[in-house]
Design a protein around this ligand. Sequence first.
Ligand code: SF4
Length: 396
Amino acid sequence: MIYSHSRLGTFENCPLKFKFKYIDRLESTIEGIETFMGSRVHETLEKLYRDKRFQKNNSLEELLAFYTQQWEKNWHENIKIVRKEYTADNYKKMGEKYISEYFEQYKPFDQEKTLGLEERVTIDLGLGYKLQGIIDRLALAGSVYEIHDYKTNMNPRSQEELDKDRQLALYSIAVKEKFPDAKKIELVWHYLSIAKEMRSTRTEKQLEELKKEIRLLIDKIERSKEEDFFPAKESALCAWCEFAEFCPRQKHLLETAKLSPTQFRKNDGVKLVNKYVHLESLKREFLEKIEPEIEKARLDLLEYSKQHSIENIAGSDFIARIRCYPHLSFPPEERSEIKRILIESKKINEVLDINYYELAKKLNSKEWDSKLVKKILSHALKNKNVRIYLGKKKNE
Ligand code: SF4
């Protein structure tokens, strides 16, 4: 697999989305309007600097006309607007404002010489690890190489965060290699929503540490691939996820949200959740009598989750979240051998004398070398703990 900064970021944000996108290669035509608007702004700024290299200066009106043309040419029916209170036109105007303010701020655009636009680079991380990336604009100001990146999101980051940012720092490794005369490289972010430019630099030592960090992250992804372990990681980003209709955490919620109130109440999943919620509410008063009924409702819910590959099931007022945790147990007859392996591999201090709960945590965390993990696991029993959590639904 060819890695890139955005692939790594996708894995960190949600391993399951990474699997959908880069391993299963699921097709999704859904595109968030923020991404769509960002692409059109990038294209317009690329045109500005490309024409400039050919000694053609565009007026602001010409650039805005190009932006509108690109917007209309690329528009498609699967563009998703998550923030329902805003229209496509609001987003189009935001892009126009970003371009106009950038134009006024930097005209006549001769602060530096442009060396590359949408420049594809390969980053050598050492030990055979490589990464690919695309630099929005590479420029030369005097003897300083500058890596420019346009940001169209509404959340500018602090200087402290940018000083630790990975993306442009990684690109600087490739620039250093391509231009051995590059003594100084500046990382430049243009936060277009607030017309603010922010800068940072990296030392050799920081870049070496970054290479190491990324190599470890790639190893982690490769291990996940070997074990086919890509857990879903829910977050606010799920609202923008183009694979939500395939996701076990989202698909039942999305499907049932489209139903009429009568269809919703008749949905099998909804009925099972409502029944389970009802029985749980009676538990305190009638535990003895209804315990078998609760257990049956629980098993029905688990079966429904398994059959339909869904982990979040919508009910009228609650969502049932089915979570399955790997559970390792270590039979007493295997413990002396496990202890011997841990002593031999000098890991014994990490799970002193042996705390089997801590040991299971370590093995599940994927921190240890996979060979060692496999060796210990051959002496363990693999089970699963399945739990149902009921969460109150948020009001729309
Ligand atoms: S909807 Fe959320 S949890 Fe599901 S794949 Fe997308 S980001 Fe991950």
